[in-house]
Design a protein around this ligand. Structure first.
Ligand code: SAM
Length: 293
């Protein structure tokens, strides 16, 4: 099987395509296209793409990363929201017979069904230079909807990459850190400066690889309850856990019950959620579940 060598991924060919189609960048869609072959190669290598793989790409843009994925994978499905990019993708991907472009909002696509149809329900690899404005809902959606995943290799804002890796005691620690670490092992692949994109973003970026755990690192009886507790704790970050959970109507957790459980766990009644690690939230939710039954 010989597939064309990628042509995009450098400023000259990117500008040529943009001019050919008189493309106008849409700020609202977070469009920053990669123009650095070195970074593209690094993404493909760290994602470990092989000829066996079915890959989902979110936001192909003009098809830069898509060309690299198509050259290495068995099959690629690329989901793009912007109407103006569809004819461009037809052009830039015309040499590849293993790419399907899905013209839709990724948040509305049933990715579990896509994995079922294209990969027989086996774990898929997700690779993307994500639109930064919806990074968190995309990642949370992938995990919480139980899309069968092998790994997610993504370009995100540097600060978001930091949030995924951190633990208690850092200002970056929050619901995203806990969700990512419950479902996956995060590894920083590379820091990527603004000059690797067109147009240049105002912030630094990073490639991060999230490798799905075969089994979560903690035992949780009710994931929905644990993530409800985590969200409520960080929605009101400065409040004590007792008050934060008591103020979340969807949880139905009377303050005295939370206080009693914290005491059982040897924690102060004035402890804040941000002081608990993943094991702490797992224990708290398992104990509260017992009380609520
Ligand atoms: N992959 C390309 C690259 O690396 O050069 C483009 C990356 S650009 C940061 C993000 C892409 O996501 C844009 O093409 C944008 O139109 C697309 N996008 C934004 N919101 C989207 C959504 N809700 N669903 C699907 N694609 C979206």
């Amino acid at each position: 099987m010989t597939r064309p060598v990628p042509t995009l991924g450098n400023p000259k060919n990117t500008i040529e395509i943009l001019n050919k189609y008189k493309f106008v960048f849409q700020k609202r869609y977070g469009q920053n296209f990669l123009i650095d072959e070195h970074v593209l190669g690094k993404i493909i290598r760290s994602a470990g793409i092989t000829e066996e793989d079915f890959v989902i790409e979110i936001g192909p843009g003009i098809g830069t990363l898509t060309q690299y994925l198509a050259a290495s994978a068995r099959e690629v499905a690329a989901i793009e929201i912007d109407d103006a990019l569809i004819p461009i993708l037809e052009d830039t991907l015309s040499g590849y017979d293993n790419v399907t472009v899905i013209h839709d909002d990724v948040l509305k696509v049933d990715l579990t069904r896509l994995a079922e149809e294209k990969n027989g329900g086996r774990p898929v690899k997700v690779v993307a230079n994500l639109p930064y404005y919806i990074t968190t809902p995309i990642i949370m959606g992938l995990f919480e909807n139980h899309v069968p995943l092998d790994s997610i290799t993504i370009m995100v804002q540097k600060e978001v990459a930091d949030r995924m890796k951190t633990g208690p005691g850092s200002k970056d620690y929050g619901a995203l850190s806990l969700a990512v670490q419950y479902y996956a092992r995060p590894e920083l692949v590379a820091n990527v400066p603004p000059n690797c994109f067109m147009p240049r973003p105002r912030v630094g970026s990073a490639v991060i690889r999230l490798t799905r755990h075969e089994k979560p690192p903690v035992e949780v009886q009710d994931e929905k309850l644990m993530f409800g507790i985590i969200r409520a704790s960080f929605n009101q970050r400065r409040k004590t856990l007792v008050n934060g959970l008591g103020n979340a109507p969807e949880l139905h957790l009377p303050k005295e019950k939370t206080a009693a459980v914290l005491e059982e766990m040897g924690l102060s009644p004035s402890v804040r959620g941000e002081a608990l690690d993943l094991a702490g939230f797992a224990e708290l939710s398992n104990r509260l579940k017992k009380i609520l039954e």
